[in-house]
Design a protein around this ligand. Structure first.
Ligand SMILES: NC(=O)c1ccc[n+]([C@@H]2O[C@H](COP(=O)([O-])OP(=O)(O)OC[C@H]3O[C@@H](n4cnc5c(N)ncnc54)[C@H](OP(=O)(O)O)[C@@H]3O)[C@@H](O)[C@H]2O)c1
Length: 392
């Protein structure tokens, strides 16, 4: 070893690079691949989940409800999944505060009906709400590309993208999208990842701008196996809990790498938030008895309005971009994560793994059909080919 090191020093710099690469390769193959969370990590993860559930009302008691918002009149904000639950509250409150809101939804009729209702309730209180609907079905990557193309063709700025839509199909069998991906992974991570990257040109035009991902405290018990994103290898038994938690962790890891790859000049912040444990349609697939219990514990569970506060904070607070930049300059491996009480918090230990985060990044780009340098090229104003979309 010592001899080879000495030899390397005396040989050309390209040789020494080769040796270092070899050494790293050996080390990587020698390290046993992590197959799951360690039991301490797993226990700590569940502790965070239970703690948030039991004490969220106390830890967030300093927050007003509804939360007062800073001026948002000049902002254009896309909110995915805004026909129900947290997203619906986010869209309504931002529109009432004066923002131009785009509801990116799969059920456009339901969204139009909501807009009519909100306009009626709002009439006489101020200018009509500036809110519109565009179709987006995250279970179809073609639909994501169509949405991004339609949006980018307007050539206007985008100030905030809120990736809120999500599923947690409790108790249901494993399902796959028509693109061939496990549905939790596609709706909660792959679809939003593709949308975020394809909307970068508009976000750069709107900078300082933000990508806010509505994540979950459940990512603390998640584990991503990049060689088995669809959970089909048989190494792990699929459950909706596994599908949900791994998709949420994948989103944190992907967001961390995306944020680091964006040059400061682009002016785009990327962050994840936990809304808390919130009473929404997310529980629609729970067994009836569990749903009944869910209704019986309103003291612990947030209303959708309470659950919208951390996302609204992440989307509008003026100090957020500065905080994000600070994390970048500190060489911190994870993106900003805002807790249900609007305080910055630390994502899970697993989310800090730089090696896995990069693997998640590479695998995600491969699955969503984008080249490895998509972000850099889009920031430079170049066109990027995607495997999905009407042209393919
Ligand atoms: N509720 C909680 O306790 C909790 C806790 C932590 C994190 N979260 C996260 O908060 C976010 C919002 O969830 P929620 O609790 O408000 O649940 P929700 O009431 O079920 O709302 C989910 C939204 O996502 C939309 N959506 C689902 N599949 C979609 C698809 N394929 N394409 C486009 N939109 C789709 C739904 O549209 P449809 O109306 O058409 O179904 C709905 O508008 C999710 O990311 C969830 O993981 C929730």
């Amino acid at each position: 070893m010592e001899t080879s090191e000495m030899e390397t020093t005396s040989s050309s710099s390209s040789n020494s690079k080769e040796d270092i690469k070899e050494e790293l390769k050996k080390k990587t193959t020698q390290t046993k691949k992590k197959e799951a969370l360690g039991w301490m990590e797993w226990l700590r993860g569940w502790f965070y989940v239970v703690y948030e559930m039991l004490f969220q009302r106390i830890t967030a008691s300093h927050l007003h409800n509804p939360m007062p918002l800073p001026p948002v009149n000049d902002l254009t904000i896309i909110v995915t999944g805004s026909t129900s639950g947290i997203g619906r509250e986010i869209a309504r409150q931002l529109a009432e505060a004066g923002a131009h809101v785009v509801m990116a939804v799969r059920n456009t009729k339901a969204a139009q009906e909501l807009i009519q209702k909100w306009q009626t309730e709002w009439s006489g209180l101020g200018l009509p709400l500036n809110i519109e609907v565009m179709e987006l079905d995250l279970l179809s990557l073609d639909s994501v590309v169509r949405f991004a193309e339609a949006w980018n063709s307007r050539s206007g700025p985008l100030h905030v993208l809120i990736n809120n839509a999500g599923i947690f199909s409790i108790g249901e069998p494993q399902k796959f999208s028509k693109d061939g991906y496990e549905e939790h992974m596609q709706v909660n991570h792959l679809g939003p990842a593709l949308l975020s990257i394809l909307l970068l040109p508009s976000l750069v035009r709107g900078s300082p701008s933000r990508i806010v991902n509505v994540n979950s405290v459940m990512h603390y018990v998640g584990f991503v196996d990049t060689e088995d994103m669809n959970v089909v290898s048989g190494k792990r038994k699929f459950s909706s809990l596994l599908g949900y938690t791994s998709s949420k962790l994948a989103q944190v890891m992907f967001s961390s790498v995306l944020f680091r790859r964006l040059p400061a000049e682009a002016g785009v912040s990327v962050l994840c938030v936990s809304p808390g444990i919130v009473h929404t349609n997310v529980a629609r697939d729970l067994p009836k008895i569990v749903q009944a219990a869910y209704h019986l514990i309103p003291y612990f569970i947030f209303s959708p309005q309470e659950g919208s506060r951390s996302t609204l904070f992440a989307a509008t607070d003026p100090q957020v971009p500065e905080y994000c930049e600070l994390l970048k300059s500190d060489d911190w491996p994870v993106c900003a994560f805002i807790s249900h009480d609007c305080r910055p918090t630390n994502p899970s230990e697993e989310a800090h793994s730089i090696e896995t985060s990069h693997k998640v990044w590479e695998k995600t780009l491969e699955l969503i059909g984008l080249p490895p340098d998509a972000v850099e090229r889009l920031i430079e104003g170049e066109d990027v080919e995607c495997k999905y979309g009407a042209n393919h």
